[in-house]
Design a protein around this ligand. Structure first.
Ligand code: GTP
Length: 378
């Protein structure tokens, strides 16, 4: 019972933490976020100020002087939000916009009736406040709900048409529904684009190695799981190769770690550029790389790797380093029913054998047999 209450409290506190969480200024995405918020809010400020400017003429035309004067103040308020956007005070901007929209919807529906449709502006405002993270999640959700409650209340409270306005209702309704729905769609589309963009950037960061820009080990593991599950169905054969730079420690020791990094970048470029488009090159860790060759037979890949291996000392040149740069390769064709662990044991074993036999060569189960290789490990 106590355990249940404890886990409930932990769940509640984790939810509360998430809901009230703000982006920390030290976060890498902070600068990017600020730019995107400013972009959306500047669009909102400009749209808001322009629509309210049009309202002034509209209210003069239908002889609603009080609303026309009110809208002069509204235009100034919306323009003032541009200043707050510039100062990165988006929460203040959002509060001003929200307050103005609620007050405007209240006055316009009270004086002109809900049939004029001025309450529809509460919808895009609710979307803006909830979709763009300028306020903590709880506060923005509460403001969004407030907008929706206001929409319902105004629609019901002021549902009686105002007798003198009957000829204007159709025009006002069309005008308001268009001018309220266009920002709604624009905000939703921008939020979607930004979300997709961020997601892409985060995936790039999560799947790529910082130094070489190749796919990293996390990605490689997911990729292998995918190919192993396909291979288990018996239709698709694939090969994997483990590649290790020979005597890399010497480069680090003699030229320093920074030059070692430079060398790793050049080696990774050479290796990845030597593969076909459908093959995948990942940095497995340190000076080790993993190749995945989908839907391929080992005979062909073996020849290809021999070529890559042979050409490497000529094609990879590092300043101040006159010893030829080379790699050793272990290559296997993954067998049906073989597990990832078993396949890695085999390929690792072949790489070990290539190293043991003098480096700068390809050891493959197409030529070597893996029993001999396992013996070499003992
Ligand atoms: N500069 C740099 N060095 C790295 C990086 N990752 C691993 N290393 C270095 O790579 C070297 C690997 O050394 P070893 O495992 O002894 O292998 P090796 O010298 O290449 O010798 P063999 O593999 O036996 O041919 C170590 O000196 C690591 O510090 C990196 O990201 N940058």
């Amino acid at each position: 019972m106590r355990n249940k209450a404890g886990s409930y409290r932990a769940w509640l506190s984790s939810i509360t933490m998430r809901l009230t969480m703000n982006i920390h200024p030290a976060s890498a995405s902070f600068a990017n976020n600020i730019k995107q918020k400013s972009f959306i809010f500047n669009i909102a400020s400009c749209c808001g100020a322009s629509v309210h400017l049009v309202f002034i003429f509209l209210f003069v035309y239908i002889e609603q002087d009080f609303l026309a004067w009110f809208n002069i103040a509204s235009v100034l308020l919306w323009l003032s939000t541009l200043y707050f956007n510039k100062c990165q005070q988006h929460a203040i901007s959002a509060s001003i916009m929200c307050g103005e929209i609620i007050a405007h919807a209240f006055l316009a529906t009270k004086l002109l009736g809900a049939d004029a449709g001025f309450q529809y502006y509460l919808w895009p405002m609710a979307l803006l406040i909830v979709a763009v993270p300028v306020l903590p999640t709880v506060s923005s959700a509460l403001l969004g709900i407030t907008n929706m409650i206001a929409f319902g209340v105004f629609s019901v409270l002021f549902s009686q048409p105002i007798p003198g306005l009957a000829p204007h209702y159709f025009g006002l309704y069309i005008f308001n529904t268009i001018f309220a729905s266009v920002p709604f769609i624009i905000i939703a589309a921008i939020a979607r684009c930004l979300f997709e963009n961020q997601f892409l950037k985060i995936s790039q960061l999560a799947e790529h190695d910082e130094l070489t820009k190749l796919y990293n080990r996390r990605f490689a593991q997911r990729l292998l799981q995918y190919y192993f599950s396909r291979a288990r169905c018996g239709t698709k054969t694939f090969c994997i190769a483990l590649v290790d730079v020979d005597n890399f420690k010497k480069i680090n020791d003699e030229l320093g770690h920074d030059m070692g990094d430079e060398a790793l970048i050049k080696i990774s470029h050479y290796l990845s550029n030597s593969l076909r488009e459908k093959d995948i090159c990942c940095r497995w860790g340190g000076e080790e790389f993993l190749f995945v060759f989908p839907n391929t037979q080992i005979e062909m890949i073996h020849k290809r790797l021999e070529e890559i291996c042979q050409k490497m000392p000529k094609d990879v040149n590092i300043d101040q380093w006159h010893t030829p740069i080379s790699c050793s390769f272990g290559l296997i064709q993954v067998q049906e029913e073989e597990t990832l662990k078993e396949a890695f044991k085999r390929v690792d074993c072949l790489l070990y054998q290539a190293k043991n036999n003098g480096r700068y060569q390809v050891a493959s189960d197409h030529i070597q047999d893996s029993t001999r290789c396992e013996e070499a490990l003992i």
